[in-house]
Ligand binder design. Structure first.
Ligand code: TYD
Ligand code: MG
Length: 454
């Protein structure tokens, strides 16, 4: 019998050490080391490394170029985030908080994908539960097998018999490998089971989806090490209070990471939202102060989103600044610029900012709309609802140009906006794309203020 061996692992980055250490030498985190039992049957295979055992060096020009043969998942948003479809033999990690809809999304894919045998392995739900959910989602007519099992040896055995064309594992934290004695969900188990799945996917060229839970700190449990091992990491996120869900690609060996998929959670599952602007702009009966629409680009997709600000006198000594969907530090910076350039005493005001629809935006072009909505709320004068904004605000109050101005203008025009406020430096490009929409060039915060409120 092999003797029991234990080792210490960093909970943050997965580094292994023979003894306990207070500060991880690899990632610098404190108190992250945990002891786990490890007992390998066969030593020496580094996880994630063993793609093919008896490989020989091959001249790069002699390697057959597999024509990009992507699998259409029948889910346009997912295809987009994957970079144009699923690559055979790739391992895709789908991460997200509990209850966000990972199992729903994957089961939906399992039920709608065409001409492929699907194996959905669940370690969390019973067959009946999955069947009930499938009824709710509307059963497809394809070959979808459900297996409730957690041992990788059993799972790989079933896979060998069934030969599915795509495999979904729900979730990686429930899998256990016989090679390791640690409990399911521990770092060494996650590392081992994920590497077994990865090795399998590469050898037989079958794609594998791994569902992964996110811990309270917002990282994938068994975090960085899993991200290194898989080909693609997708993050499923959203505000529970809104029906919208966003699928983001965090890492992608086969495509860009700036893509975004948008879904709406309904009683019959996730609906793809192909025109996000429609849901992200609230229709107001009458003009209200404190709202401005930003022409942003997320990934390759232009979207118009509404920013809402509320500026009020601070009830207590220290004014509050709070953001939903926007970086609070960036808001503070914009407020400081406004205070300096527009002469408003925003330092004594509470400022709340909200991006409608529960979306989180990173595009710096949102700045101009944020600034405009704050100004509008502060003096309580509404902005024309047919006006939108695209511009980054610099520290000296200058309006900086944005990327792909033409695309933003075209999208705004398509959605019926009558004018777009944009940096002077984008004027030429914007003008060339504009057919009916009026392009208003601005170079400083003062120009914006003058244009909006006279
Ligand atoms: P689930 O896929 O189980 O989340 P995860 O696997 O990420 O933990 O999603 C669960 C939530 O989704 C649950 O709160 C109910 C909701 N839901 C719907 O609103 N409509 C549906 O059709 C389904 C299947 C789930
Ligand atoms: Mg689930």
């Amino acid at each position: 019998m092999a003797k029991t061996k234990t080792a210490f692992f960093c909970r943050n980055c997965g580094v292994q050490s023979p003894k306990w250490i207070g500060k991880c030498p690899s990632c610098g985190e404190w108190n992250t080391y945990v002891e786990e039992v490890i007992q390998r049957e066969e030593p020496g295979v580094a996880p994630g490394m063993a793609i093919r055992r008896n490989a020989i060096p091959t001249l790069i020009t002699d390697i057959e170029l597999s024509t990009e043969n992507r699998i259409d998942t029948q889910n346009q948003e997912l295809n987009r985030v994957l970079g144009g479809g699923l690559v055979p033999g790739s391992v895709v990690l789908v991460g997200g908080e509990p209850g966000i809809g990972k199992s729903t999304l994957m089961l939906q894919v399992a039920l709608t994908i065409k001409n492929l045998k699907v194996l959905y392995v669940s370690g969390e739900e019973s067959e009946q539960q999955i069947r009930m959910r499938a009824e709710r989602l509307g059963m497809g007519r394809n070959e979808c097998y459900i297996l409730t099992e957690t041992s990788t040896r059993e799972i790989l055995g079933h896979i060998a018999k069934l030969t599915p064309g795509i495999i979904i594992i729900d979730s990686i934290q429930t899998l256990t490998s016989d090679n390791i004695d640690a409990s399911a969900g521990s770092i060494s188990q996650i590392r081992e089971t994920a590497s077994e799945m990865q090795r399998f996917a590469k050898t037989v060229n079958v794609p594998v989806f791994l569902i992964g839970h996110i811990t309270k700190e917002g990282t994938l449990a068994g975090p960085k090490l899993l991200e290194h091992m898989v080909d693609t990491v997708l993050q499923f996120e959203g505000d529970r209070n809104y029906g919208y869900r966003i699928l983001r690609s965090v890492k992608n060996r086969f495509g860009s990471t700036s893509e975004l998929g948008i879904y709406e959670m309904q009683s019959s599952g996730l609906r793809e939202v192909s025109n996000p602007s429609e849901i992200l702009i609230t229709q107001h009966e009458e003009p209200v102060s404190g709202t401005a629409v930003a022409a942003t680009i997320e990934g390759l997709r232009p979207m118009l989103i509404e920013t809402q600000a509320l500026v009020s006198s601070a009830a207590y000594g220290t004014p509050q600044r709070s953001c939903t969907g926007f970086d609070t530090r960036r808001l503070n910076m914009l407020l400081a610029v406004l205070e300096k350039r527009s002469g408003f005493k925003l330092g004594v005001k509470d400022v709340f900012l909200n991006i409608a629809g529960g979306l989180r935006v990173d595009d710096p072009a949102t700045d101009l709309a944020v600034v405009s909505s704050v100004l509008s709320s502060n003096i309580d004068i509404p902005i024309n609802s047919k006006t939108c904004f695209a511009g980054e605000v610099g520290l000296s109050g200058e309006i900086r140009p944005v990327t792909r101005a033409e695309q933003r203008v075209t999208e705004a025009e398509k959605l019926g906006f009558e004018s777009i406020v944009i940096s002077k430096l984008n004027f030429k490009a914007a003008k060339s794309a504009a057919k009916t929409i009026k392009v208003i060039p601005v170079s400083k915060i003062e120009d914006v203020f003058r244009h909006l409120f006279g």
